[in-house]
Design a protein around this ligand. Structure first.
Ligand code: WT7
Length: 649
């Protein structure tokens, strides 16, 4: 996905906030004296009690990350209250429903009212500072209210993407021992209903078997579809909010008090609860939102992510609202009712800044230019991309056809763990190269190392690490600090290891090449191969499974499963369908296997370790380059694997 020669798109001086000289100047300051740099920029948010200590971080030993630690602040105060005097009547959220005739505008005054009422509902139902609240919601304004209401009283939210199954939801409820859930009767996407309340009922039952008793379920009425009801546990959102008091003082939170948990997949084990805290996170996401998108006061800003992912947390809700922006929240999908939907919405709401994922860009590119060119898109100024490497063809199409060569494309590299954008162009300041995330944001110090941990200088390709802390960094894995140290700081001692491979070119530009661990990226969604494997082996017919990613034209990567069956079971299309259904039930539709190969044996070393390198090559239909197979316990399994490969080109 990288290319060795590439064109450079020079960025003309514009009305952009940062020019090239300023970028270099600020960047130098930020790494030379982080205390001074962040000490100054930390003031971009309001503090009830100003901090005197800025940075107190260590990537060695027990690993401890603290920013602005003696300051007191509140996220909902910063996202709402502080704007009321100057922009109370300005639209905070534009909601665009799944149905194009369904939309709504919420002002900052209305946001204040809704969030305070909901915060009071949480309080009166026993939710206290530090309690975990699970949010399992469609893309409706109430999802943002729920997040902000938690932050108002110091409760920690854990959002679970609405596409996850009851099992996956239950696992997340149990892991953080959450006893309060906010959901909706049903979600609506692309005209299809998603039974959120029904899934929640099941998840609560499953969680109960692990002794985590969910006490209350608050239910937003979205479709008014039929749901089961448990009087002692379930509460209608609209009824409770109508009765609640419209004011609720924001809790004074320490900068390092937890803000939210967000579960994400790793190379081994169950998803990890990534923990982000209050002060540093808000400083970092508001600052990146402003400079990366070149956000100017009054701009209409649209990020198409779901609040179930970190992009939705940082760049639909917290970053934009902290900056007093108008943020658009979209309930639907890119191709409903037609592949013009994104561009129609841009014209309808006069969107200036648009942020989406390569998988959507590729799909819409495939639908043909006419769906784009029939719309105006005149309001657009900045285009953003996130979630996976963007191939140069998709980049060019985004830049030329969607942006008509007038809007810089900011390809933003970051992770759930990093909280905010890390490597990215800045509009007007960074010359662009299609397919490169370009250069680091202020305060970010990338480093490439080889597999032995030796530092690579200059033009090189290796494993991407970050050598020092930044305010938006995750602080721990919820409930398992040891796992935090092991996962991120033990591969290369004293450095944060991202899990990504990366190339640096002669201009010092970074080109992310994709994960180097057993994590795959399917349509911008992160999936642990171990999770899919464990879902597969929980099926009665399966004795062993190995899962790898392979290049997929639309999704970036597809899910390729090698399955060994139990004695007596026979593989065929019926069983394939059943296994797909099973994985969807265990994890959710985003984990649906694309290819299933039944194989009597898997390539293992004599010590029993599966050689994934071989499985990856066969899945890519590139078995001429299998490499050394002599260390296999039984080299003949490879012949069978090749003969029965499911991805013949
Ligand atoms: C992984 C993180 C960042 C929020 C959404 C995904 C890949 C992300 C890019 C990009 C190349 C990218 C990386 C990273 N990734 N953005 N612009 N170019 N790769 O967050 O689910 O935590 O996934 O997504 O592999 O490690 P996530």
């Amino acid at each position: 996905m990288t290319q060795k020669t590439h064109k450079v798109l020079k960025q003309a001086k514009s009305r952009a906030l940062i020019d090239s000289d300023t970028y270099h100047d600020w960047y130098k300051q930020s790494v030379k004296n982080p205390e001074k740099f962040w000490g100054k920029h930390g003031k971009r948010i309001d503090w009830f009690k100003p901090y005197t200590k800025v940075k107190n971080t260590s990537f060695t030993g027990k690993v401890s990350i603290k920013w602005f630690e003696d300051g007191l602040t509140n996220v909902s105060y910063n996202c709402i209250d502080r704007h009321l005097k100057t922009r109370g009547d300005q639209t905070a959220i534009i909601w665009e429903g799944d149905n194009p005739y369904d939309d709504r505008k919420i002002t900052y005054n209305e946001l204040y009212d809704q969030v305070c009422r909901l915060a009071n509902v949480l309080k009166s139902n026993g939710v206290r500072k530090g309690d975990r609240v699970t949010i399992y919601m469609p893309m409706i304004p109430e999802a943002a209210y729920a997040m902000l209401a938690c932050t108002r009283i110091g409760a920690i939210h854990s959002i679970v993407f609405g596409g996850f199954s009851p099992d996956a939801l239950a696992g997340r409820i149990v892991d953080c021992e959450s006893t309060f859930v906010i959901t909706a009767d049903e979600g609506l996407r692309g005209g299809k209903k998603i039974p959120l309340k029904h899934n929640t009922d099941q998840a609560v039952a499953i969680a109960g078997r692990s002794d985590v008793v969910v006490k209350k379920v608050l239910v937003v009425q979205r479709t008014a579809g039929k749901v089961d009801w448990f009087d002692s546990r379930d509460i209608w959102y609209h009824e409770a909010v109508a009765r609640a008091k419209p004011d609720c003082p924001p809790a004074k939170m320490k900068a390092e008090d937890p803000l939210f948990i967000l579960y994400t997949s790793g190379s081994t084990g169950k998803p990890k609860g990534v923990l982000h805290t209050t002060g540093g996170y808000l400083v970092y996401v508001s600052m990146t939102h402003q400079y990366v998108f070149d956000y100017h006061d009054g701009d209409i800003y649209w990020c198409t992510a779901d609040v179930g992912w970190v992009t939705g947390h940082s760049y639909i809700v917290y970053g934009p609202l902290a900056n007093g922006a108008t943020t658009l929240m979209f309930e639907g999908v890119p191709n409903y009712p037609s592949p013009s939907r994104f561009w129609d919405v841009i014209d309808k709401h006069q969107v200036n800044i648009f942020y989406t994922a390569p998988t959507a860009i590729r799909a819409l590119m495939g639908a043909g230019d006419a769906h784009v060119t029939k719309t105006s898109r005149k309001s657009l100024r900045t285009l953003g991309s996130v979630g996976e490497p963007i191939n140069p063809e998709a980049w060019e199409w985004y830049y030329n056809v969607v942006g008509e060569k007038k809007c810089p494309v900011v390809d933003t590299w970051w992770q759930t763990e990093t909280g905010g954008i890390m490597i990215t162009p800045l509009p007007g300041a960074t010359d662009l190269k299609p397919g490169s995330a370009t250069t680091p944001f202020f305060g970010i110090q990338p480093q490439l190392v080889d597999n032995d941990g030796d530092v690579l200088e200059g033009t090189a390709e290796g494993n991407l690490c970050i050598t020092d802390s930044w305010p938006g960094q995750m602080r721990t894995v919820y409930g398992d600090h040891e796992r935090f140290i092991q996962t991120y700081f033990s591969t290369y001692k004293g450095k944060y290891f991202t899990g990504d491979g990366c190339r640096r070119d002669a201009d010092g530009y970074y080109w992310i090449t994709g994960r180097v661990d057993d994590v795959i990226n399917v349509s911008g969604h992160r999936m642990g191969t171990a999770e899919v494997e464990s879902a597969l082996v929980s099926h009665d017919a399966v004795s062993e499974a190995a899962v790898v990613g392979y290049p997929h034209d639309m999704k970036g990567q597809g899910i390729y499963c090698y399955v060994t069956l139990m004695e007596g079971a026979t593989g065929g299309d019926e069983l394939r369908k059943d296994l797909v259904r099973h994985v969807r039930n265990e994890i959710g539709p985003i984990a649906s296997p694309d290819k299933i190969q039944f194989s009597p044996g898997l390539p293992k070393t004599r010590s029993g370790k599966i050689m994934r390198r071989i499985l990856r090559k066969i899945a890519e239909d590139d078995f001429a380059a299998l490499g050394d197979t002599s260390t296999l316990a039984d080299p003949t399994v490879v012949t069978d694997l090749i003969d029965n490969r499911q991805n013949k080109k």
